[in-house]
Write a protein that binds this ligand. Structure first.
Ligand SMILES: Cc1cc2nc3c(=O)[nH]c(=O)nc-3n(C[C@H](O)[C@H](O)[C@H](O)COP(=O)(O)O)c2cc1C
Length: 181
C-alpha cells in the first residue's frame, strides 16, 4: 500500500471481528511507530497493550470512558486496548526541567499525537483497525492497569481486525485549509 492510499483509506474502526490480534503483530506495528518524529528525538511515546479479556471488560465502562457512553461498546468488543502514554518532562523540556519553548509542556501531547497516527497507519497497513479515543479517566484506568510512574495517558486506542468498512467522513479541502501568507 502506498503512503497516500494508506493515509486516505485509514478509518476509525469501532467494530471488530471476534479474533485475537497476535502480540507479535502489535510488536511489529510498534517497531514501525518508533520511526515517528519526536521533539529532539526524545521518543517519549509508550504503548501499554491490554489483551486480557477480563481486564478489557473491567476497563469498558462509563467511568473509565469519562462518561462518554459511546466508547464503552467499542472498548468492550475490541480484542486489545492500547494505552498510549508518554514519559513526562522530556519533550519540550530542557535538562534542568525548564520549558524549552512558549508551548511549555504542549509538545508532549504533540509527540503522542504524531506517534498515535503513525501507529494507526502502520496498523492499517497490517490489516488492523484502530480508533483513537480521547475520552478517558486516567485515575479510573490506573485502578485496573498499572501505568508506570512518570508516564501520562495520552489516548486509548482499541485495535483489532475490522468488522466494518466505513466511508470516510467528509473532509475539508485545501481551499478551506490552506493559505499562503
Ligand atoms: C484526539 C482524538 C480523539 C478522538 N476521540 C474519539 C473518541 O473518544 N471516540 C471515538 O469514537 N472516536 C474518537 N476519535 C476519532 C474521530 O472521531 C475520527 O478520527 C474522525 O471522526 C474522522 O474519522 P476517521 O478517523 O475515520 O477518518 C478521536 C480522534 C482523535 C484524533
Amino acid at each position: 500500500m502506498d503512503l497516500i492510499t494508506g493515509i486516505k483509506e485509514r478509518r476509525s474502526i469501532r467494530k471488530f471481528q471476534d479474533r485475537k490480534v497476535p502480540r507479535q503483530l502489535i510488536e511489529e506495528i510498534v517497531n514501525v511507530a518508533a520511526y515517528a518524529p519526536s521533539w529532539k528525538n526524545t521518543q517519549i511515546a509508550r504503548y501499554i497493550v491490554v489483551d486480557d479479556p477480563e481486564k478489557i471488560k473491567a476497563l469498558a465502562n462509563e467511568k473509565c470512558a469519562y462518561g462518554f457512553a459511546g466508547n464503552v461498546p467499542v472498548m468492550s468488543a475490541a480484542p486489545a486496548l492500547v494505552l498510549l502514554t508518554f514519559v513526562e518532562g522530556r519533550s519540550g523540556f530542557e535538562r534542568d526541567g525548564s520549558y524549552s519553548t512558549l508551548k511549555e509542556g504542549g509538545f508532549q501531547m504533540f509527540d503522542a499525537g504524531v506517534a498515535a497516527q503513525t501507529f494507526c497507519l502502520a496498523a492499517h497497513e497490517k490489516g488492523l483497525g484502530t480508533v483513537i479515543m480521547g475520552y478517558f479517566d486516567e485515575e479510573e484506568i490506573k485502578k485496573i492497569v498499572d501505568i508506570p510512574e512518570g508516564q501520562q495517558l495520552a489516548a486509548l486506542i482499541p485495535i483489532g481486525y475490522p468488522d466494518i468498512d466505513p466511508a470516510a467522513p467528509p473532509r475539508k479541502d485545501a481551499s478551506k485549509l490552506l493559505t499562503f501568507a
